[in-house]
Design a protein around this ligand. Structure first.
Ligand code: BGC
Length: 767
């Protein structure tokens, strides 16, 4: 099926292109990439180099290339480099001297297998084809494996140059102070030491073929092709660094050697059985709309491959697809990436939240540096949790002058967002062990931070938060941003609740935690008092509207389209201090609506009034915005609008709808992982109306017109439920291995689903 222009799918499990658009190579390098949470290898072609954005981005390698540059993950030399020549003419799929007669590039989402085929008119006459399959191993995350196939339709003497290519894309400069090439038997390797911390990174490459002769780090293989008889070259690459192990070189050599002897088919078998388990937990099946099916899987796939599972590390806002946003976590992680894992692979969600525990010291340092107590999480969080976001991110494209943005010191909602995610995780899993070890301490430290950040307004007898940035980043330095107020109050309540719960469950553990962080009953009582008197802007009794922040309604009321006409340069930054949106009601992204997507205790008429007010004023300048609009539209019964926003959010990367590859002079390309996580939320929480209420699962499906059925699984407190719904009938099955019956509520009726049992529920026709 043709999805758009040059993008196709066969059966919703793949995406492929049939011709190469040189203008789109940044985007398609992300589209066709492979990854395993440890490394991301962009979907570029084997003969490409830095100029075509070739990069292998490796997690936990944060480094600052030179003073003043951004701290980011390193990209490592390209161990899969392979160039084919005939009669000394190199064959390239782009700008080559030779005619390309056939082309395809594909990503198989079922097993994360990249493939490409290019057929050239051979300089020696006839044609010659290069095929490649490649995978980022899902079991041993240090490995990339690939298999090249060469085939010619007449006898041809071809030359293959392959090895480890140092000419790769790196956004903010060269990260390596020292490089050392080595060989170890049949393997080539390179050791690199990062500029800032001197971390050693090792890339080892091995090739399995015939007739090789070594030429520094490149090998030259002379390949005699017989008509129709393919020659196969298998390659393996192993990557390790000093944050994984004390001896990265020995580990990389060991893994590469073993992998080389196992061969591609064996590696693929182990790799695909991991993928089989992953998809069994989190696949979503949509019948009746192949495009939506493909988009769903494409986005779930990306939410998976950018998420570290081998260690407690963050999910980057662009994942491992580029160094943009520094490979670091934002609030996106807790509010967009995690919900899918919380309900499908809770162990993965736990590991990400444990990462937030590990980075508490960094959050404490940030709070202290800015004059507060407790934990103020970094807006941009890498290994240590210290703030990575620079004071200056955008520049004024008209004057070239730097813009001081305050995301790193005023966007405080990040801390309560982390507590929100802990609460969600606990609700879904009942994992009190995690709360005792990590979750409670985080919540306590965040409560401390909020208390130290709040002001008491004596005349109003309430606590307020001033000088903020809410999710809408165009309005900096605002007071009482509604989203931040609600989330902060919730975080205070959660901290108090966990404290009280632990006092009766495990008083000794609580006493230990309290001692460690100097927490007293009196301080917890102070949190109670703050929670009680914390100001949350209520919906206006007449209009139902919640004001985004104090004074928002007095700003100029204009639509984003009219406002856009005021731009002098299309790349101008719209926000603080003098961007076109600052003195208007135009929002960058969902803000009050974001609250509804997270906290579902607002009545539908309030949600609808706010949806109708804020939606036309939202510019969607962030990829986080459309999915939230879709979820809230579902909650208000606006299924058509919800579908439109679903489509918008789900195509941000695949169809390159992220209009802003550059904004305010900053390059922002790569996979928008929050939008990917948002796809799960839109389908499961939006269209299926899934939520947890007390000990029950609630479902309230409202499917888009074209969807015949929607099927997915959720994991709830150790039990799995399979849900299939059409517009009229819902089928819910408890897995055989469940240990308990689950309560499922639909339109106020309750069904008890026992292990192995299937329940059919007719849905009300008025949805
Ligand atoms: C958005 C933020 C988001 C960040 C990283 C920005 O454009 O406004 O909400 O956290 O991108 O995705």
């Amino acid at each position: 099926m043709k999805l758009i222009e040059n993008v196709y799918t066969d059966a919703g499990w793949d995406v492929h292109e049939k011709s190469l658009d040189p203008e789109q190579i940044v985007t398609t390098g992300s589209t066709f990439m492979i990854g395993n949470g440890y490394l991301g290898y962009r979907g570029t072609l084997s003969e490409w180099r830095a100029e075509q954005y070739t990069a292998c981005i490796v997690t936990d390698t944060w480094d600052t290339a030179q003073p003043g540059a951004l701290t980011e993950l390193c990209t490592v030399p390209n161990g899969l480099y392979l160039e084919l020549s005939v009669d000394t003419v190199p064959l390239s799929a782009i700008d080559g001297a030779t005619e390309v007669q056939g082309y395809e590039r594909r990503i198989d989402l079922r097993t994360g297998l990249f493939s490409r085929h290019t057929r050239w008119a051979s300089p020696a006459g006839g044609s010659i084809t290069l095929g490649e399959e490649r995978l980022a191993h899902a079991d041993n995350v240090h490995l990339i494996a690939s298999r090249f196939t060469l085939i010619a339709d007449r006898a041809t003497d071809a030359t293959v140059r392959t090895g480890i290519d140092a000419d790769v894309w790196s956004l903010s400069g060269n990260h390596f102070a020292r490089k050392e090439a080595f060989t170890d038997g049949e393997l080539n390797g390179v050791s690199l030491w990062t500029v800032e911390s001197g971390t050693q990174i090792v890339v080892v490459e091995g090739v399995r073929t015939v007739d090789s002769s070594s030429e520094s780090m490149m090998r030259r293989l002379d390949v005699g092709l017989e008509p129709g008889g393919p020659v196969t070259i298998e390659k393996v690459v192993a990557v390790y660094h000093g944050n994984d192990t004390d001896d990265p070189r020995a580990c990389a050599v060991r893994d590469a050697r073993r992998a080389l002897s196992e061969g591609f088919d064996t590696l693929y078998a182990a790799h695909s059985s991991v993928w089989q388990r992953v998809w069994a937990a989190c696949d979503i099946e949509i019948e009746g709309d192949l495009e939506a099916q493909t988009l769903a899987r494409f986005n779930l796939f990306h939410n998976i491959i950018h998420t570290p599972t081998h260690a407690r590390l963050p999910i980057g806002a662009r994942g491992l697809s580029s160094q943009v946003y520094q490979g670091a976590a934002f609030w996106d992680q807790e509010t967009f990436n995690l919900p899918m894992f919380v309900y499908t692979r809770p162990d993965v969600a736990r590991s990400i939240l444990e990462y937030r525990y590990d980075t508490l010291p960094g959050a404490r340092r940030k709070a202290e540096r800015l004059g507060y107590r407790g934990a103020y999480y970094a807006w941009t969080s890498g290994k240590t949790g210290d703030e990575l976001f620079p004071d200056v991110f955008f520049t004024d494209v008209l004057t070239g002058r730097p813009i001081r943005n305050h995301f790193n010191c005023w966007q405080i909602h990040i801390s309560p967002d982390v507590v929100y995610a802990i609460d969600q995780y606990l609700t879904a899993t009942d994992d009190w062990d995690f709360v005792e070890r990590c979750g409670a301490e985080i919540a306590f430290e965040v409560a401390r931070f909020i208390v130290s950040r709040a002001h008491f307004k004596k005349d109003k007898n309430r606590f307020e938060l001033i000088r903020l940035l809410g999710p809408d980043e165009y309005h900096e330095n605002v007071d009482n941003n509604a989203f931040t107020m609600y989330l902060s109050k919730l975080a205070l309540e959660t901290a108090v609740r966990l404290y009280d719960e632990l006092s009766s469950r495990t008083p000794q553990t609580l006493a230990r935690t309290s001692r460690r962080i100097d927490l007293t009953h009196a301080e917890v009582d102070e949190w109670r008092e703050h929670a009680r008197l914390f100001y949350v802007p209520a919906p206006d009794p007449d209009s139902g509207l919640i004001e985004q922040f104090d004074g928002y309604f007095e700003l100029e009321d204009v639509t984003p389209d009219r406002l856009r006409e005021r731009l002098i340069d299309p790349e101008e930054y719209w926000g603080w201090p003098a961007g076109i949106a600052v003195r208007t009601q135009v929002l960058k992204q969902a803000d009050v609506l974001q609250l509804f997507a997270l906290v579902d205790s607002f009545p539908p008429d309030v949600m609808r009034a706010n949806y109708e007010y804020y939606e036309p004023r939202t510019e969607h300048g962030s990829s986080l915005s459309p999915s939230i609009h879709s979820i809230v539209a579902c909650g208000c019964g606006l299924t058509d609008k919800a579908y439109r926003y679903f489509h918008e959010a789900a195509t941000i990367d695949l169809y390159n709808r992220s209009r802003k590859v550059k904004s305010g002079g900053s390059f922002l390309g790569g996979i928008h992982t929050a939008a990917c996580g948002g796809v799960w939320m839109m389908i499961v929480q939006g269209f299926a109306g899934f939520r947890v209420s007390g000990d029950s699962i609630e479902l309230d499906p409202a499917l888009p017109e074209t969807w015949k059925t929607l099927a997915f699984r959720v994991c709830f407190r150790g039990n799995t439920l399979s849900v299939t719904t059409s517009r009229w009938r819902l089928t819910v099955s408890g897995a055989e291995e469940n240990s308990a019956a689950l309560s499922v509520r639909v339109s106020n009726d309750e069904w008890i689903v026992s292990p192995g049992e299937t329940v059919q529920i007719d849905l009300p026709r008025n949805r």
